[in-house]
Design a protein around this ligand. Structure first.
Ligand code: IDP
Ligand code: MG
Length: 150
C-alpha cells in the first residue's frame, strides 16, 4: 500500500473543480487518508517546489500556488503515486491524454489544476510538509465490507 500527496491547485479551486479533481482520483480507487484546506505561503512553496528553485518558471509557479487557498490531500492505494499521476495526465495539459484531469480540464502548463508526488520518496517528503505533526488515520479492510443485518 502506497501514499501520495495531491494538491488541488488555485485554478481548480477558483473554477469550482475541487470536487471534480478529488472525485476522479477517489473513483479510481484511491482512498483519502488526509485532507486540508490551506493557503500556501512563499516559504512553503519554496520547500515544496525545492527542485524547481532557480528555473525560469519558478517565480510564476510561486505566484500561482500562493494565489488562493488550496486543498492538500493524502491518497492511499496500490501504486498510488503512479496511479494518481496517470489519472492526472502529463504536466502540459495540451500533451495530456483525453480522459485525464489535465487533458480534459486544462490547456496551460502554468494552470494545470493538480499536483501529485512523482515518487514514493517525494510523497513522504511532501506529506511531511503539508501534514507535519498530524496523525493520519489507517483504513482497515473492513471499510470494503457490508454487513447485512436482516
Ligand atoms: P508535475 O507537476 O507534473 O510534477 P513538474 O515538472 O514537477 O511537473 O513542475 C511543477 C509545476 O511547475 C507544474 O505542474 C507546473 O504547474 C509548473 N511548470 C512546470 N513547467 C513549467 C513551464 O515550463 N512553464 C510554467 N509552469 C511550469
Ligand atoms: Mg513534479
Amino acid at each position: 500500500m502506497e501514499r501520495t500527496l495531491i494538491l488541488v491547485k488555485p485554478d481548480a479551486m477558483q473554477r469550482g473543480l475541487a470536487g471534480e479533481v478529488l472525485s476522479r482520483l477517489e473513483r479510481r480507487g484511491l482512498r483519502i487518508v488526509g485532507l486540508r484546506l490551506l493557503q500556501v505561503d512563499r516559504a512553503m512553496a519554496e520547500r515544496h517546489y525545492a527542485e524547481h528553485v532557480g528555473k525560469g518558471f519558478f517565480e510564476g509557479l510561486v505566484g500561482y500556488i500562493t494565489s488562493s487557498p488550496i486543498i492538500a490531500a493524502v491518497l492511499e492505494g496500490t501504486n498510488a503515486v503512479a496511479a494518481a499521476r496517470q489519472t492526472m495526465g502529463s504536466t502540459r495539459p495540451t500533451e495530456a491524454a483525453p480522459g485525464t484531469i489535465r487533458g480534459d480540464l486544462g490547456l496551460e502548463v502554468g494552470r494545470n489544476l493538480v499536483h501529485g508526488s512523482d515518487s514514493p520518496e517525494s510523497a513522504a517528503r511532501e506529506i511531511g510538509i503539508f501534514f507535519e505533526g498530524m496523525d493520519l488515520p489507517t483504513w482497515s479492510r473492513n471499510v470494503d465490507q457490508w454487513v447485512f443485518e436482516g
